[in-house]
Design a binder for this molecule. Sequence first.
Ligand SMILES: NC(=O)c1ccc[n+]([C@@H]2O[C@H](COP(=O)([O-])OP(=O)(O)OC[C@H]3O[C@@H](n4cnc5c(N)ncnc54)[C@H](OP(=O)(O)O)[C@@H]3O)[C@@H](O)[C@H]2O)c1
Length: 220
Amino acid sequence: MADTFGATSTIEDVLANVDLRGRRILVTGVSAGIGVETVRALVAHGAKVVGTARNLRKAQAATQHVRAAAAYGGGLELVELDLASLASVRSCANSLVSARVPFDEIIANAGLMAGPKVDTADGFEAQFGTNYLGHFVLVNRIAGLLNPGGRVVMVSSAGHRRAWTTPTSSRVLTASTLHTDAPKRRPSSLQSSSTNVIEPRAFELRPFIRVPSRLKQFRR
Ligand SMILES: NC(=O)c1ccc[n+]([C@@H]2O[C@H](COP(=O)([O-])OP(=O)(O)OC[C@H]3O[C@@H](n4cnc5c(N)ncnc54)[C@H](OP(=O)(O)O)[C@@H]3O)[C@@H](O)[C@H]2O)c1
């Protein structure tokens, strides 16, 4: 495995000689795009993946080649999850918790961007409600399933770099900014390794959870 990766690295470069047998990974948004390719590579290296999709039929069709690529005992199971509906998020999380099968990684990949102005089922702006709040509730609800040392990966966007160019960004910071930016570039009040935030107050998903009061409603 190479020591460093860059813009031209492929997923095969990253996973070369990596044995994922025995690892269980949850990936959201496996009906299109990056999620499909992520799952293909993971199962080809032996991981057992639970993939979520709001449209299971579409995901089934989109992952035919993924099943064919599975090797070393790797495999894919699909579960329904609409991140734009907190009822769906809670239902999915409850099912996963009931199954009591732990995960080594959660890859929060599903998302949308720059679409028309629509709201989620719960009345939040769709991009924020889906990419951020939906994953917020999901991950907090299933955090107990993460094995010790397990990781939560928030797939985000290089667009976060622009957030620091405006003075107002210090007040309302985007989830992608805080999920992906190097800690040294964050305001000092937000120094932590895994941070979600609305306004300059933070909580950590792991190893402990400190939730601003205005966000507590979403964890129910
Ligand atoms: N591709 C890029 O250049 C780029 C750049 C910046 C950031 N990103 C981020 O990378 C991630 C993957 O992007 P992508 O290019 O693979 O996007 P994509 O091809 O549009 O796929 C997005 C996935 O998210 C799912 N999704 C959307 N809304 C959902 C909801 N309400 N509930 C559950 N699943 C939902 C989609 O399901 P459906 O198939 O049902 O629509 C699809 O499976 C996203 O978080 C995106 O913001 C991508």
